[in-house]
Design a protein around this ligand. Sequence first.
Ligand code: ADP
Ligand code: MG
Length: 263
Amino acid sequence: MPSPETLPLLLKQLRLSTMARLWEPLLVQSEEERWDPSRYLAVLCENELNERHSRRIARFTKESRLPMGKTLATFDFGQTPKIKPEMIEALTQNSDWVKRAENLLFFGPSGVGKTHLAAAISHGLIEQSIRVRHFSTTALVQQMQQARADLRLENYLAKLDKYAVIVLDDLGYVKKTEAETHVLFELIAHRYETGSIIITSNQPFGEWDKIFADPSMTVAAIDRVVHHATIIEIQAESYRKRQAILHNHPAGFEQAIAEKTDK
Ligand code: ADP
Ligand code: MG
C-alpha cells in the first residue's frame, strides 16, 4: 500500500492537477462535515472535470480568434426587428446543424450586426466544446494562396478540419484578382458536407461572380454552400452609424461615408 505522503505525486503523475490542489482542503472539509469517502472522491472528481471544461473553453476561445464581447447578451434584438431571437438562440444552443455540417449565412449591409451574430453563435458553440475558427476571408484567401504557392494547400485545408466551424467574415470583400487561384472554391468544396461554414457578406448571391473566377465556379460554390444551409438576411440601419449619430460624434459622418463606399 502506498503511503499517504505519495498522494500529491500520484495525482500529479495522473495529471489530475485540480485534485492535487484540492485534495487537502476538501479532506479537511469532508472530515468536518463527516462526508462519506465516496462523496469526498466524487466532489474531487467533479472539481477536476469542471476545471478541465473551463480550461478547454478558454483554449477554444483563444484559438478561435473570435472578436471578444460579441455575444447574444450584448446583442440588441430591438435593432433588428426581423431577426427572431429564438431562431438565433436555437442555432447557438442546439448544435445539431454543426454535427450535420450545415452552413449558416448572414447577408446585409455594413454595420447591421452580421459579424456580431456570427461571433455570438460561435461563442455559444464553443461553450459546448465545439471548435471554431474565425477568419477575415481576405486574410484567409491570402494565406491559402501562399500555401498553394508552397504546394501545401491540401495540408493547410486538412489542418482546418479540426475546426467544426469556420467563419468566413466579409466574403464579399474578396477581390476577383484573388479569386483567380480558386482557393476559396477549394475550401468550400473541401468542407462540403464535412464541416460547417458561417459566412458573413454584404454581397448577395447575385454579386458572387465578383468573388469567384468564372460563372460556372460561382454556381458550383453557391450550390455547395446553400445545399444544407440557413440563410439570414439582416435589414436594419447600420448600428455603428446610429450609435455615432446618437452620441453626436463626428464619426457618424465618417461612418456614413465609409459605408457608402463599402457597398
Ligand atoms: P457587420 O458585420 O454587419 O458589418 P458588425 O457586426 O461588425 O456589423 O456590427 C458593427 C458594430 O455594431 C459592432 O461593434 C457590433 O457589436 C455593433 N452592433 C451591430 N448590431 C448590433 C445590435 N443589434 N446590438 C448590439 N450591437 C450591435
Ligand atoms: Mg462584419
